[in-house]
Design a protein around this ligand. Structure first.
Ligand code: SF4
Ligand code: SF4
Length: 162
């Protein structure tokens, strides 16, 4: 495990990822929740019992073969620590929690941001799902040309034309 408490970000090597064969079938949840805190809405929200943790202070582990990519865990996670990843027709796709303004629009080009907040490329917003009525909390799905970035992209930056 990297020294994320000092650096402020996780590395890819800290995380569990599904095999590419699974990711090519449909969206699959990946978790970036590594701290032992009393929290489990992700477990409770899963309709197929695909998230396991050892006790309320455990860290969640996703059974990638069970996950159906519904996004419930992304919507309920207060730590913004759940994501969905998928590769379709050679392109990468990530669904991520987004709580900032302005919200991008479907079809917008956005900057793709890695865990350090650095721009790692550009992508297109292909869907926006509002999580709660009258709030800005949403799940944004972005698509991009380099499928290897599904392990890297964890936020987006709206490009302002002003
Ligand atoms: S995306 Fe849906 S099925 Fe997959 S782990 Fe999350 S809640 Fe469960
Ligand atoms: S809901 Fe989010 S913060 Fe809470 S245990 Fe699950 S992944 Fe971690």
């Amino acid at each position: 495990m990297s020294d994320y408490l000092k650096t402020g970000y996780l590395n890819t090597s800290d995380l569990e990822f599904p095999d590419e064969s699974v990711v090519k079938q449909h969206f699959v949840a990946v978790t970036e929740c590594v701290q032992e805190i009393p929290c489990n809405p992700c477990v409770e929200s899963c309709p197929v019992d695909a998230i396991k943790m050892e006790g309320i202070n455990g860290v969640p582990h996703v059974d990638f073969k069970k996950c159906i990519g519904c996004g419930n865990c992304v919507a309920v996670c207060p730590g913004l620590a759940m994501f969905l990843v998928n590769i379709k027709e050679g392109k990468g796709r990530v669904s991520l929690p987004y709580e900032m303004l302005p919200l991008p629009n479907k079809g917008d080009t956005v900057n793709l941001l890695g865990r350090k907040g650095k721009i790692v490329g550009a992508g297109t917003v292909i869907s926006i799902r509002q999580i709660e009525k009258d709030t800005t909390s949403s799940i944004i799905t972005v698509e991009f040309d380099d499928p290897s970035l599904i392990k890297v992209v964890r936020n987006v930056g709206v490009i302002r034309n002003e």
